[in-house]
Design a protein around this ligand. Structure first.
Ligand SMILES: [Zn+2]
Length: 226
């Protein structure tokens, strides 16, 4: 059952994620991958520990007055009551339902997904937009079994995180947790297998550009995905 995740974010993405320097949309895809990937969870812990070490070694400019002031400020703060923790337990995740299938999302996506837009369907493909900043388009992308997304290239960055099921394209086969990163140079035709559908998180910095078929048929496709 356990699927070995083969496609991970690169070390520099993990480092920027730990430093908090990624844009919120890219950070979301990386965080959701980390939720699904024990390997990157360990790497992230190591990176965070290294960062903490580096920070601790930096000389800190301070003097005794500042310390005293800081202590006074801390002591003056009211104690948080224990009720605060009790009010916000981890609620059981609401499943995502699409095409009469139920999916439980990684924790890092649950809050955002609760505010998703309506599912839009086109053939065996469905998308639901998630609230995002201005720079990226984030959506849940459902692909029914035995369905192909028409061949396309990218006008910007495309990050696809497989959340459940499996997709294949010209470059490989991707299962739950695998993170595909495609740039404007990459052309591919993702499709599902005959017996298994797929749910993905899609993060796009620009629309997809469809390559085959009649332009007048593919233009609505471009709008559908972005
Ligand atoms: Zn990983």
């Amino acid at each position: 059952m356990a699927h070995a995740i083969k496609f991970h974010p690169g070390m520099s993405l993990l480092e920027q994620h730990a430093e908090g320097t990624l844009s919120a949309d890219v950070a979301l895809a990386v965080a959701a991958h980390i939720d699904l990937c024990p390997h990157c969870q360990q790497l992230s812990r190591d990176i965070t520990a290294d960062l903490a070490c580096q920070l601790a070694q930096q000389p800190v400019k301070t003097n005794t007055t500042d310390w005293q002031q800081m202590l006074n400020d801390i002591m003056a703060q009211p104690q948080l009551s224990k009720q605060v923790a009790a009010i916000q337990p981890h609620l059981p995740a609401e499943p995502i339902i699409v095409n009469q299938r139920e999916f439980i999302l990684p924790r890092s996506l649950q809050r955002l997904a609760a505010n998703r837009g309506k599912w839009l369907h086109l053939g065996g493909i469905a998308t639901a937009k998630l609230p995002a900043g201005n720079d990226y388009h984030i959506s849940l992308l459902y692909i029914d079994k035995n369905t192909e997304v028409p061949q396309h290239t990218h006008l910007g960055l495309e990050m696809t995180l497989v959340l459940a099921g499996k997709i294949v394209d010209e470059n490989g086969e991707y299962g739950a947790g695998d993170l595909l990163i495609n740039s404007p140079d990459d052309t591919h035709t993702p499709r599902t297998m005959a017996d298994e559908d797929c749910l993905c998180l899609s993060v796009l910095s620009a629309p997809l550009k469809f390559k085959k078929g009649l332009t007048r048929l593919l233009n609505p496709l471009q709008q559908f995905f972005y």
